[in-house]
Design a protein around this ligand. Structure first.
Ligand code: F0G
Length: 378
């Protein structure tokens, strides 16, 4: 097989079909593809799924093994009111809330659940602030696999829980925050043989890469100057960085966009670490109303740190009040999104004011979740 798994720290190689979330040395695992000719496949599922059309650079397997809704092919929006509000001439929004279960998670979940099924796994699980669990429950149902979700009690938007239950997931409410639930599901992956589909699973990130490739294609491969993304567990940050570098190395794009990761001020361990030049990293007890990114110990820290240095990126933070104000702007423009997604616009406005982003630079914000996901932010 031309694709394999590899440790990002010691470069130890593992077979694509081995179940491994961390290397023996402790490093995170990523997928490597040794062939990268042209961007698009276009047959069979490739025509219908915005993820599997890039199959050769995501997970090169026969279509018959794939579990797909399908997903992807999300729209790009531009609104003059929002560009003006942020202070840039050209501002784009790629709306990942338009995926089948209402968030970007479907892009990664189609790949992770496909991998679970082809490896003969019987039980799949995740910890979640809501969207991952809804997506897993849905794709698990499609694959006919048993799903179990670990949720921090009282900290997940009710509509997301209702969604996961509707699709048939077994729900375990955990006392504590997302990070406690993450520790519990990791334990269960060892003790109960549960296949873990949080973004520590490298197959998730392979699917999420296609957000970038699809965006670039929509822009005729003329990449923006900046990509802005909310940061929680830092899966998207890691996936986007990988997608950008792979596209550049394959010659699909001739320029690498910079990346800006926005965290909520009360769940900002990555921002704090960025301020120290990534010398220090301290997990924290998170407490933001942007519930999807209420995470204090992001599992993808090591990958995301590398992305910031590879792409000359920045990390910014926004208060809950700033996120709420940005959400009102996006909602009133008619686009709409969930609070965590609006952190992008809030952070961008600050980066422009601080002159890190110039008004003549082209910026693309990734809206991660649908407006119905977490409708009340008080
Ligand atoms: N935006 C939304 C709507 C999310 O649901 C998440 C993560 C993020 C942003 C942060 O993305 O983790 O890649 O940095 N939600 C996860 C969940 C944690 O369980 O649904 P990240």
């Amino acid at each position: 097989m031309l694709s394999f798994q590899s440790c990002i720290r010691c470069f130890q190689k593992y077979d694509l079909n081995q179940i491994i979330y961390r290397c023996e040395c402790g490093g995170l695992i990523e997928i490597k593809h040794s062939v990268f000719p042209s961007p698009l496949g276009g047959e069979g599922l490739g025509v219908r799924s915005g993820v599997w059309r890039f199959k050769d650079y995501v997970l090169p397997i026969p279509d018959s093994e794939i579990v797909s809704h399908p997903e992807g092919f999300t729209r790009v929006y531009e609104r003059e009111s929002l560009s003006r509000w942020a202070g840039v001439d050209k501002l784009l929004f790629k709306h990942e809330g338009e995926n089948p279960t209402g968030s970007f998670k479907d892009r990664g979940m189609t790949v992770a659940v496909t991998q679970a099924k082809r490896l003969g796994q019987k039980l799949i699980g995740c910890a979640s602030t809501g969207n991952t669990s809804a997506s897993l429950a849905s794709y698990g149902a499609q694959a006919g696999l048993k799903t179990v979700i670990f949720l921090p009690e009282g900290k997940v938007a009710p509509s997301k829980i209702a969604q996961a239950i509707a699709y048939g997931a077994e729900t375990r409410m955990i006392e504590g925050d997302f990070d406690t639930a993450m520790a519990k599901v990791l334990e269960a992956s060892h003790d109960e043989g549960l296949y873990l589909v949080n973004s520590i699973n490298p197959f998730r990130l392979e699917g999420q890469k296609t957000i970038m490739w699809e965006l670039f294609e929509q822009l005729d491969w003329q990449v923006p100057d900046w990509i802005v993304v909310p940061g929680g567990n830092l899966g998207n940050t890691s996936a986007f960085g990988k997608a950008i570098l792979e596209a550049y190395e394959a010659g699909w794009i001739t320029k690498k966009p910079r990346i800006a990761v926005i965290q909520a001020e009360r769940a900002n361990p990555f921002y704090q670490s960025f301020l120290s030049g990534f010398e220090d990293f301290a997990p924290m007890h998170p407490d933001t109303r942007a519930s999807a990114i209420n995470i204090g110990n992001p599992v993808n820290f090591e990958k995301a740190k590398r992305v910031i240095s590879d792409l000359n990126g920045r990390v910014e933070q926004a208060t809950d009040a700033e996120i709420k104000e940005a959400k009102i702007q996006i909602d009133h423009s008619g686009i709409g999104c969930e609070p965590s997604s609006a952190a992008t616009l809030a952070g961008l406005q600050k980066l422009v004011a601080q002159k890190f982003v110039r008004p003549d630079e082209v910026v693309a914000c990734v809206l991660t979740g649908n407006v119905l996901k977490d409708p009340v932010m008080s």
